[in-house]
Design a protein around this ligand. Sequence first.
Ligand code: HEM
Length: 369
Amino acid sequence: MHARREEASRPAWDSDQLDSPIPPEVEAAYFDEALDSWVLSRHEDVLAAFRSSTLAPTGPRSEKTSTPEDEGALLKMREETLDALSPTQLRAWRERLMPFVHTLVQDLPEGQGVDLLAEYARPACLALAAIVTGIELGEAERLQDVAQAVSAAAAEPYDPILRSEAKLANAQLRPCFHAGPETLRDSGFVALSHTMPRLLGNAWYALLQHPQEWSLLHLQPDLVEQAIEESLRYAGLTRVLFRRATEDIDLGGCPVRRGDRIVLRIIAANRDPERFAHPNLFDSSRREAGQLALGAGPHSCVGASLIRMAAIAITRPLVERFAMGTVMEAVSWHGGSGFRSPVSLRVLLQGSSHQEQRAFEGVVTTIRE
Ligand code: HEM
């Protein structure tokens, strides 16, 4: 019995939704007739696919396979991006970002409702996008609306209308960026200004569902780095990735033929009990590495160090200042088979004094009992 999909024609499984009452189902590799693709969800199988030199990245609809020239250009692009994301450069960007982040976090109200995405994640990520791509904040604010169309198409790659809107938006964005390697121009701007707040939305949703984890980070902010890694595993954004076989290959016991398409269920692989103990628990102190939210192997996300720096830099001041966050209203979600994340996160934030008060009340209740 294969896990149920939201729509038979799209590779998006009900159980990989972050708010699903049932956890993602991990299954043996199989061929799916409706998708005309092999489907992998075991961590071991997905990792082998990432590492395989006979599987090339492809899109959900694309029939294209890469040529040796494409591969050469890709390698050059990876090298240029990794050079541009040196530890010194990341530190310099972080230093420019932090005063802005601290002002935003100080302005978040205590004890009254606030949308963490609108008031904190999005402005912080937009500032970072402006810093990294070398444009003025005012220009970034203007381009943010244009970039929205590109992000929406990445979130639902099966929608032809979103795809054509994204094409127009890309053409508008491209001439607005001039500095740095290509990956840190218009596509980097979209990733930082739109995908990054979505990633934080999922991470913080997971934390808000686990108040003891939020409190732990408040008391031990040095754990934030580990907590971000755990949020990528438990609440990662990318639902599926695609590969095409360039040669016949045996994959997870399946006879994959040259030209076959393969769907990698990233969210399921990150909850595989064979790889992670108690996979459906969010545990900031987890030490097991190997989450696949940013890919792995030769095509892993080349912006991973930047994403980690940003996620830590923006999350840490939030949990340092507030001891607790409580979701105030039902969360609605946007996106589709590519990404899915909260539209808004309306929460009540409370500082340490409130937590101490609660702890005190807990002690009093225990004594009375
Ligand atoms: C903000 C959240 C981001 C997420 C969730 C994300 C996720 C991913 C994932 C899962 C892959 C692997 C694709 C595959 O294996 O088929 C990937 C690849 C890639 N990412 Fe990111 N990414 C993000 C931001 C960025 C940023 C800021 C950059 C800018 C440098 C970037 C540049 C790339 C590139 C160039 C690749 C293709 C690498 C290759 O094929 O060799 N990403 N990303």
